[in-house]
Every structure is written in C-alpha cells, then in structure tokens.
Write a protein that binds this ligand. Structure first.
Ligand code: KG4
Length: 335
C-alpha cells in the first residue's frame, strides 16, 4: 500500500508546531517553536501575544518541518490542523495557514480535535497500540477519561466538574512562587519529597467517573495560608510531593473504576500532565499490581506538538473525513 504523508499543524496555545508523519505512526519531522520563555514574565499565556507570535513563526515552522522530513508539499497527501479547543486567536493562525496551503495546492484539509491529537501521541510511541483502550487525558484545560472505541470514535466516561488537573497544579505552583509554567516546576520541586508530609481534603463523588479538583486546590491554599499565619515555613519539597501525589491518587482512583466498569485493561495517559513523574510512578505501580497494560508518550510528545496532530489527522483522513475551506476555529470544540 502507498505510504500516506500528513502535514500536521498545531497552534492552540503557546506552541507553534508542525510535523510530517508517515502512516500515522512514523515521525519524519517534528518542529516546535515555543513561546513559554516569553509568557513566563507574565505568569501565564497572554492570548493576544500568543496569536501574534504564532503569525511570526507559523510559516518558518511549516517550511522547516518539510525540509527536515526531506519532502515538499507535492509529497504530502493531506494537511491536518488543530481547530479546537484552545485560544481562538491562536487557533485561527494554524487554521488559516492550513487553509491557505490547501487552497493553493488542492490538498485535502482535515480538522483535528486537540485532545484526539494528545491521545494519538501514544500511537507514535507504541507501534503495536490499537484501540479499544481507556485514555486518561490530562492537560492544562482538560481532565477526562475517554473510552477510545476506535481511532476516530470516542466516548467521554468522566470529566472534571471544575478545574483541570493541570490547572490545579499550575495555580498552586504560582502561589508558592514557582512561576510559569508551573507543572514542570512543581514536578522538579517535589523530587525526593515525602508524599505523606501534608494531607489535603479530596472530594468524594460516588457513582460517577467525574473529577473535582477545586476542593483539593482550596485545601492546599488553606494549608499554605495556615502555615503563614503561624509563621511556620512551608517545606516546599514535601508540599509539592504530597500535593502532586494526591492529584495522582485521585486520577488513578477513577481510572481504575473505569477499568472495572468496562473490563478494558489497556490504559493510556495523554496530555501535558502525563509528563508528571508522580502520575507516571503511581500508574506504573498500579498497572503492575492490577495486571493492566499501561502506555504513556515520551516526554517530548506529552506536551503540544505537530506530530500528534498529523497522527490523529491520518486516522481521520483514512476514515474519509474532509473539511471545507470554511473550517473555522472552535475554542470550545467538544470531543
Ligand atoms: O497538553 P498541554 O501541553 O496543553 C494543553 O492542551 O493544555 O498541557 C499543559 C499542561 C500545563 O498545565 C503544564 O503545567 C502541564 O501540562 N505539564 C506538567 C508537566 N509538564 C507539563 N504538569 C505536571 N508535570 C509535568 N512534568
């Protein structure tokens, strides 16, 4: 069968990324231009600036991804692009660039849901991985357990009712002075810390696979403020370790519940927070205790990248999906 090459474009937040992927599994190039250093001074992503910076870097990123892969647009079979969810101005840059390329070349356009991209990052790391499986998607804006029935057919079994896990980590990282991006800094700060040194109240929801992290976050804030009032210094290493362990335990509990409910024992992690070492260790341990087959992407492919969009785009493309040049950014696109 002829190889299918997909050009994948991602610009939903603060990374301009573009990649060429063969048959949904082999990365021929993967170029990322990150704005994280710029946004660090503001303690978070400034949407207007993110859009402007995407405009500056989108075409150089696309050009480099083609040259790194040793191909031209004539070798490409389709262009896939993230069209939601994300920051609308940021998404529009990638969507407009993809539409421009498709208009000029006549290539098919395939819109991709950002989270389907994160899930597909696992296909790039594990050539043998096939649906069905359960996927815990944990990123800055989303926390959900997805039943991946097929490459393009998915059902959400549980989701956060308030904060996303990444948001809960990022916000507390800011409060303890670690700055932006909080996730990796909290992870580093907690290394070697005592995961039982601090305890936090977790929400207890029965008969649902939904999550809630706002109570946990408030409990962490109360701990920080309580210590401040008493003039006691916070042990940052132990605090970061305990807090992240608590979040990992909450995420594991519902994932195991979903496994018990569905009988599916193949579990994937996806999204930026799947880079978290506390989460990975917690799931590794549980997988070996419960006989689960666990998959998570390489660190580089956990956070936003173009290869995952090209991979998800490939599976949409071979299932027949095509979008028109009226494709628009949808900041609150549902799965
Ligand atoms: O999936 P992603 O790159 O972007 C979204 O689509 O949201 O996820 C970003 C999230 C942020 O909350 C970031 O702090 C978090 O992933 N993150 C981590 C780590 N690396 C990135 N969180 C915890 N530990 C990490 N090592």
């Amino acid at each position: 069968m002829k190889d299918v090459l997909i050009l994948g474009i991602e610009s939903s937040c603060d990374e301009t990324a573009c990649a060429v992927v063969r048959n949904g599994r082999d990365i021929l190039s993967d170029v990322i231009s990150s704005q994280a250093d710029f946004h660090e001074q503001f303690g978070g992503v400034v949407p207007e600036m993110a859009s402007r910076m995407h405009v500056d870097s989108i075409y150089p990123t696309i050009k480099k991804s083609l040259s790194d892969a040793g191909v031209t647009l004539e070798d490409i079979d389709a262009v896939s692009v993230t069209y939601g969810p994300g920051l609308v101005g940021a998404l529009l840059v990638g969507v407009s660039a993809a539409k421009g390329i498709c208009e000029v070349t006549g290539l098919p356009l395939v819109g991709v849901h950002h989270l389907k991209g994160h899930i597909a990052a696992n296909y790039l790391c594990f050539p043998e991985l096939e649906p069905p499986f359960l996927c815990l998607c944990v990123s800055g804006g989303n926390t959900m357990i997805v039943y991946v029935k097929d490459y393009t057919d998915m059902e959400i079994l549980g989701r956060t009712r308030d904060d996303a896990a990444g948001e809960a980590i990022d916000k507390i990282a800011r409060v303890v002075g670690l700055g932006y991006p909080g996730g990796p800094k909290m992870d580093k700060a907690g290394q070697g810390g005592d995961v039982e040194a601090y305890s936090f109240s977790k929400s207890h929801m029965t008969d649902t696979l939904d999550f809630s992290f706002s109570g946990l976050k408030t409990s962490a804030l109360n701990t920080i403020n309580g210590l401040k009032q008493k003039g006691t210094e916070l042990n940052l290493r132990d605090f970061a370790a305990s807090y992240q362990q608590c979040i990992a335990d909450v995420l594991l509990k519902n994932t195991l519940k979903a496994h018990e409910m569905t009988g599916i024992n193949k579990i994937c992690l996806a999204g930026g927070v799947s880079a978290n070492s506390f989460l990975r260790k917690t799931f590794d341990k549980s997988a070996s205790e419960n006989g689960l087959r666990l998959y998570y992407p390489s660190l580089k492919l956990c956070t936003d990248n173009g290869a995952m969009i090209a991979s998800a785009g490939y599976f949409e493309y071979i299932s027949g999906r095509r979008d028109g040049l009226d494709l628009n950014a949808n900041p609150s696109l549902s799965l």
